[in-house]
Ligand binder design. Structure first.
Ligand code: DP6
Length: 371
C-alpha cells in the first residue's frame, strides 16, 4: 500500500549540556542547550519506515532485532499523526494503518555516543516523510529523547528550553549551518564502549531533586554561557568557544558528583585526557582544543582542521594503540609529529583509548534512495 521511506540522521554533541527536566513526560528541559551536528558520512542512524494494512501492531526493529515499541516511540508516532491530520497532508485512512520501522546505527549504542539522539531524530524524520508533515519536527523528536531535537538540524543548533507548560516553545533552531565554520573538526576518543551504568534520564532526575549546584548552573551559568557561545560560533572565535565548552562539560560532571547519591560518567582515562588537553593548550600558547564529555567516558574533542594532525600524533604518542593501523576512522589526515611537543608528554599504557573517530560538522537528516 505504501512506499518504504529510508532516512539517515546525524549524531550531535552538546557544548552547552542539557541536564535536567522541568517535565519528564513531555521531556521539557530546565535549560537551553547548544550542540554541533556531526557528519552523517562518518556516524549516523539509518531508519526505514512503512505503513501496512496487514500489521496488527506497530513494530520496531533495532539492529535487526525486534524490540518493544516503547511509550516514547508511541508518543512520537502519535504526535506525527496529529500533525499530519492538522496539516491534512495524507488521506485520513492512511493514519489508521500500523507501521513497521527498522533502524540501525553505525556506531556503538549507549556508550555515551549520543546514539539515542540520532536514533529518535531518524525515526521522527522518517515518519514526517511518510506522512508528508512539513512543519518543524524538533518538538516531536524531543518526545523521543531530549537531545534528539537538536539532531533535526545541521550545523550548530540551539534547543530553546521554552517556558510553556505544553512544550510548544521547546524547539531547536539552527544557529549557523554546516558551511559556516568549515574548519571545525571533532575527534571522538572512544575510551570504552561498555553500556553506561546510570542512564541520562535516571541521572538527571536525581540531579534535579538533589543538586544545588545544578540550580546555580541553570539559573546563573547557562543563560550567560549560551549567549557567549552563540556569539563565539557566529564570530568563529575558537578560544572562546573552547573555553565555554570545557567549563560547561566540567560543571555538568561536577553536578553528577553533587547529586545524592552521586554518580560518575568520566573515568581515570577521561580525566587524564582533560589534563592532557589543558597541558597541550598551555604549551601551545593558545587554546587549540576543547574537550567535552556526555553521559559516558568517551571524550569529544573540538578543534580546527589545521591542528588535527598534531593532535592525532599527540594522542597516538600518549595513548599508544597496539594496532596503529585502523586506530583512527573517518576522513583521511596527514600526520605531522612535532617532536618538541611530544617530548614533553610521557606515553601511558597501551590501548587506553580503543579508537578515534575523526569527523566534522555536518548537515541534518536526509532521505536516501538506495534503501
Ligand atoms: C549528557 O537526551 O539522552 O548527552 O531526554 O532523558 O532521553 P533524555 O536524555 P538524553 O540526555 C542527553 C544528555 C547529555 C547532554 C546533551 O546531549 O545535551
Amino acid at each position: 500500500i505504501s512506499d518504504i521511506i529510508t532516512v539517515i540522521a546525524p549524531v550531535n554533541i552538546a557544548v552547552i549540556k542539557y541536564w535536567g527536566k522541568r517535565d519528564e513526560d513531555l521531556i521539557l528541559p530546565l535549560n537551553d542547550s547548544v550542540s554541533a551536528t556531526l557528519d552523517t558520512n562518518v556516524m549516523c542512524a539509518k531508519t526505514s519506515v512503512c505503513a501496512r494494512q496487514d500489521l496488527i501492531e506497530d513494530e520496531i526493529w533495532l539492529n535487526k532485532e525486534k524490540v518493544p515499541f516503547s511509550n516514547r516511540l508511541q508518543n512520537c508516532l502519535k504526535e506525527i499523526k496529529a500533525r499530519a491530520a492538522s496539516e491534512n497532508s495524507v488521506d485520513p485512512i492512511f493514519l489508521h494503518l500500523k507501521i513497521r520501522a527498522c533502524s540501525e546505527n553505525n556506531f556503538p549504542t549507549a556508550a555515551g555516543l549520543a546514539s539515542s539522539a540520532a536514533g529518535y531524530a531518524c525515526f521522527v524524520f522518517a515518519l514526517a516523510k511518510l506522512y508528508k508533515v512539513k512543519s518543524d519536527i524538533s518538538s516531536i523528536a524531543r518526545l523521543g529523547s531530549g537531545s534528539a531535537c537538536r539532531s533535526v538540524y545541521g550545523g550548530f543548533v540551539r534547543w530553546h528550553a521554552g517556558s510553556k507548560p505544553d512544550g510548544s516553545d521547546s524547539v531547536a533552531t539552527q544557529i549557523a549551518d554546516a558551511s559556516h565554520w568549515p574548519e571545525m573538526r571533532a575527534l571522538i576518543l572512544v575510551v570504552g564502549d561498555k553500556k553506561k551504568e546510570t542512564s541520562s534520564t535516571g541521572g538527571m532526575a536525581v540531579s534535579v531533586k538533589t543538586s544545588e549546584l545544578m540550580r546555580h548552573r541553570v539559573e546563573y551559568c547557562v543563560p550567560q554561557r549560551t549567549e557567549l557561545i552563540v556569539d563565539a560560533i557566529k564570530n568563529k572565535d575558537f578560544p572562546k568557544f573552547a573555553e565555554i565548552t570545557m567549563k560547561d562539560s566540567n560543571q555538568f560532571h561536577a553536578i553528577c558528583l553533587d547529586s545524592y547519591p552521586p554518580f560518575v560518567y568520566m573515568n581515570d582515562i577521561s580525566h587524564s585526557i582533560v589534563g592532557l588537553i589543558h597541558k597541550y593548550n598551555e604549551i601551545s600558547g593558545k587554546v587549540k582544543v576543547a574537550y567535552t564529555f556526555d553521559a559516558g567516558s568517551n571524550a569529544c574533542l573540538y578543534l580546527l582542521e589545521e591542528d588535527v594532525s598534531e593532535v592525532i600524533s599527540l594522542i597516538k604518542h600518549v595513548y599508544p594503540p597496539s594496532n596503529s593501523k585502523g586506530f583512527v576512522t573517518g576522513l583521511s589526515y596527514v600526520e605531522d609529529v612535532n617532536s618538541k611537543i611530544l617530548k614533553m608528554f610521557q606515553p601511558k599504557d597501551k590501548d587506553l583509548i580503543k579508537y578515534v573517530i575523526y569527523t566534522k560538522v555536518g548537515d541534518g537528516p536526509s532521505e536516501v534512495t538506495d534503501g
